[in-house]
Design a protein around this ligand. Structure first.
Ligand code: ADP
Ligand code: MG
Length: 320
C-alpha cells in the first residue's frame, strides 16, 4: 500500500470534523479559523520505541499515548484541545500496526473533539511525533510561574502506578497477574486531565502535568514561581497496588518515576471548596498534598518529620 493510500485509509477518516477547520488533511498545509479573544496554545512531543515505550507495545496503546501526553500538556495549560498534527516513521508499512495505531489515536481524539489536520509519514526507526493545538481565553493560560506563598498544592488521581508498571515490565519487581494488568493500564493509557485543567482556570495560580515525577515537576513550579513547595508524603495519593509494594518501591518511585500524567496545581486555601466541587463535577479525584511558602525548592516530609531526599530527580534523556 502506498503512502497516500495509508493516509487516506487510516488517518483521513475520522469522526471529528470541526467548524474551525477550513482545510485539513489533503492540501500542502491546514487552514484554521482562530478568534481574537482566544490564545492559541501549542505543544509537541515525540515518542521513540525503546525510549518512550517498550518494544512490542500494543500499537493501539502507542497511538493512544502519543496523543494523550500532548493533551495532558494542553490540560496543564488550562487549554481546550482543538487540532492535532501527526508524524509517523516506521521501518515497514505494517498495515496491522498502522491500523491499530491510528485507531488508538483517533478514538482518543474523538473523545475530546480534536481533529487531525495534517502530518507526515516516512520510513525509518519507529517514531511518533504529535503537535497538539488548543485555546484558552485571552491571557487565561495556566502557567508554572504563578504560585504564591500561602497556596495549597494539589494533585489529581493517584501517582506511581505507571512507574511501578515500568519496573515490572523491565523485570525489577514481580507483581501478580492482576496487579500487573492494572498498573500497566496506567502506563499505557494515561487519562489526560483535560476537563479538570480548563475547569480550574481562574482559580488556580500555577499548574503542570506530572510527566517526569512529582518531585521534579513540582520543582519546576517552585523554580518558575520563585517559591518553596512543601509536601507531606503521607498525603500523596497512591493506589492500593502501590501500597502493597511500598517496602520495595519506597517513595522514590512515586516521587521520581515518570509517566503519571496527572495535574499538579496550586490555589489559595479560600478556594479549596471550589476545587473540591470542580473535582466532583469532572469526576477526577483531587488531593491536597502541601503548600507553597517563601523560599526555594521542594521539600517532602512525612508527618513524623523524616525528609525524603531523591537519589535521582526526574528523567533526563541527556543525564550522564
Ligand atoms: P506534502 O508533500 O505537501 O508534505 P504529504 O504527501 O506529506 O504532503 O501529505 C499529504 C497530506 O496528508 C497533507 O495534508 C498532510 O498533512 C497529510 N498527512 C500526511 N501524513 C499524515 C498523517 N500521518 N496523519 C495525518 N495527516 C497526514
Ligand atoms: Mg510530507
Amino acid at each position: 500500500m502506498d503512502e497516500f493510500s495509508i493516509i487516506r485509509q487510516f488517518f483521513a477518516r475520522q469522526a471529528v470534523q470541526r467548524d474551525d477547520v477550513v482545510t485539513g488533511i489533503g492540501d500542502d498545509a491546514a487552514v484554521l479559523i482562530t478568534q481574537p479573544d482566544l490564545n492559541l496554545v501549542c505543544t509537541t512531543d515525540m515518542l521513540l520505541e525503546g525510549v518512550h515505550f517498550p518494544e512490542l507495545t500494543d500499537p493501539y496503546a502507542v497511538g493512544y499515548k502519543a496523543l494523550a501526553v500532548n493533551l495532558s500538556d494542553l490540560a496543564a495549560m488550562g487549554a481546550q484541545p482543538a487540532w492535532v498534527t501527526l508524524l509517523v516513521s516506521l521501518p515497514v508499512a505494517d498495515l496491522n500496526w498502522i491500523k491499530a495505531f491510528s485507531a488508538g489515536f483517533l478514538e482518543l481524539a474523538a473523545d475530546y473533539g480534536v481533529q487531525l489536520i495534517g502530518g507526515d509519514v516516512s520510513r525509518g526507526a519507529l517514531m511518533v511525533g504529535v503537535q497538539a493545538m488548543g485555546y484558552t481565553r485571552r491571557n487565561q493560560a495556566l502557567l508554572r510561574s504563578g504560585a504564591v506563598a500561602g497556596d495549597d498544592i494539589y494533585v489529581s488521581g493517584q501517582l506511581g502506578d505507571a512507574s511501578m508498571a515500568l519496573k515490572a515490565v523491565q523485570g525489577h519487581i514481580t507483581l501478580s497477574e492482576q496487579e500487573r494488568a492494572r498498573v500497566v493500564r496506567h502506563l499505557e493509557y494515561p487519562q489526560p486531565r483535560v476537563n479538570l485543567g480548563h475547569s480550574i482556570v481562574g482559580i488556580t495560580h500555577a499548574a503542570i502535568d506530572i510527566s517526569d515525577g512529582l518531585y521534579a515537576d513540582l520543582g519546576h513550579i517552585a523554580a518558575s514561581s520563585a517559591v518553596a513547595a512543601r509536601i507531606n508524603l503521607d498525603l500523596i495519593p497512591i493506589s492500593s497496588d502501590y501500597r502493597q509494594h511500598i517496602e520495595e518501591l519506597g517513595w522514590e518511585t512515586v516521587l521520581c518515576g515518570g509517566d503519571d500524567y496527572e495535574l499538579c496545581f496550586t490555589a489559595l486555601p479560600q478556594h479549596s471548596e471550589q476545587v473540591a466541587a470542580i473535582a466532583r463535577r469532572v469526576d477526577v479525584p483531587v488531593t491536597k498534598i502541601g503548600h507553597i511558602e517563601n523560599g526555594r525548592g521542594v521539600s517532602a516530609l512525612t508527618s513524623d518529620g523524616a525528609e525524603f531526599v531523591p537519589q535521582q530527580e526526574g528523567y533526563d534523556h541527556f543525564a550522564a
